[in-house]
Design a protein around this ligand. Structure first.
Ligand SMILES: Cc1cc2nc3c(=O)[nH]c(=O)nc-3n(C[C@H](O)[C@H](O)[C@H](O)COP(=O)(O)OP(=O)(O)OC[C@H]3O[C@@H](n4cnc5c(N)ncnc54)[C@H](O)[C@@H]3O)c2cc1C
Length: 321
């Protein structure tokens, strides 16, 4: 096949989409504005610790995603962390990356043409091919385009080109909204009080999730704790300093920490989770040779984002027949 597919975003949706296309013999490239692949599947490594600060784990309920996870387990880049409801019918393993969740996007990217630090700031449809301009002044051409940033960011890119107004379902795309999020990456001077398996989902608190990365199996110099705020707290404290909002979250989690926090960093997510993901696997305009995929479809989770990437790749392959 001599048609080239360009994908914006090296998160799980973009990488899985690229892998399916490449394995079917299609020429594909991925552009991403970040320094490394993974998007929200990210692991922060500092002298004092190592933390998963975006996605914490993932499920594998769908058989197509289970096949991918089985490959990752075989390659020793993913492993089951714990089983939720182990004795119930709806038992479902929670998977993590070996040495951090970012191992998975790193694995996927290594066999693909992925260009990081390449922010696409303009897209243009010539009628037969797409031209993607990155901020460093480079132009990348492809016949088919797949957008995988959070939907509001994809919509913004499309609106800057003349394409958006000609798309069907544009009101639907415009309707998708995302919650903000805040993560605190803390180092303790001793062990945490978190019981096995090392994480807690907390209701009725400004801290919605707390995790001991060491108990999860991420090797780290210090005791590395990830705290995540609830969306309301993130929204209300968006403009405050990291030291202020970080301390508020740490104080709210004190009963689970058990040791003193000796250092912490914050990460603010402008687009953490889709509030109202669209009830379809992906969006495609065959006429425009344009697809949109990612966690703005189905459910705002790793598994759904990957399934969205697979579905968009399969639709493109079908159109090439
Ligand atoms: C704090 C937090 C905790 C979470 N916890 C979990 C969890 O425990 N389990 C779970 O299943 N899910 C979790 N999620 C959700 C999960 O991380 C996402 O649903 C999933 O990773 C989304 O993947 P994606 O490929 O759709 O998008 P992303 O990972 O966001 O990838 C999109 C990519 O597009 C790139 N991009 C954007 N604009 C441009 C541009 N103009 N040019 C070039 N590149 C661009 C970005 O750099 C990014 O890499 C969490 C999310 C957050 C923020």
């Amino acid at each position: 096949m001599d048609k080239k597919v360009g994908i914006i975003g090296s998160g799980i949706a973009g990488l899985v989409c690229a892998q399916v296309l490449q394995r079917a013999g299609v020429s594909v490239f991925v552009l991403d504005k970040g320094r490394g692949p993974g998007g929200r599947m990210c692991t922060r490594n500092r002298e004092q610790g190592k933390w998963d600060h975006g996605a914490q784990y993932f499920t594998a309920r769908d058989t197509r995603f289970q096949a991918l996870v089985a490959e990752w387990e075989k390659e020793k880049i993913a492993k089951a962390w714990f089983e939720l409801n182990p004795t119930k019918e709806n038992a479902s393993a929670r998977y993590v990356g070996v040495n951090g969740i970012n191992a998975i996007p790193q694995y996927l990217a290594k066999d693909l043409e992925v260009r990081q630090s390449s922010k696409v700031h303009h897209i243009h449809d010539s009628g037969s091919h797409w031209i993607l301009e990155t901020e460093d002044g480079t132009a990348h051409n492809c016949e088919e385009l797949v957008l995988t940033p959070p939907i509001p960011q994809s919509v913004e890119l499309l609106k800057k080109s003349s394409v958006f107004n000609s798309l069907e379902s544009r009101a639907l795309l415009e309707s998708v909204e995302y919650e903000k999020g805040l993560s605190v990456l803390a180092v303790l001077d001793g062990p945490s009080l978190l019981p096995s398996p090392g994480c807690l989902k907390i209701d009725n608190s400004i801290v919605s999730w707390i995790c001991d990365n060491g108990q999860k199996g991420i090797p780290s110099a210090g005791v590395s704790i990830t705290l995540q705020s609830n969306p309301l707290f993130a929204r209300e404290h968006w403009d405050r300093s990291d030291s202020e909002r970080g301390m508020l979250l740490i104080n709210a989690a004190k009963q689970y920490l058990g040791s003193e926090v000796i250092d912490f960093h914050c990460h603010a997510w402008g687009f953490a989770f889709a509030i109202n993901p669209l009830p379809m696997s992906h969006y495609r305009s065959a006429k425009k040779r344009l697809s949109i995929a990612g966690d703005g479809f189905l459910k705002s989770r790793v598994e759904s984002a990957a399934l969205s990437g697979i579905a968009s790749a399969e639709a493109i392959l079908e159109s090439f027949k």
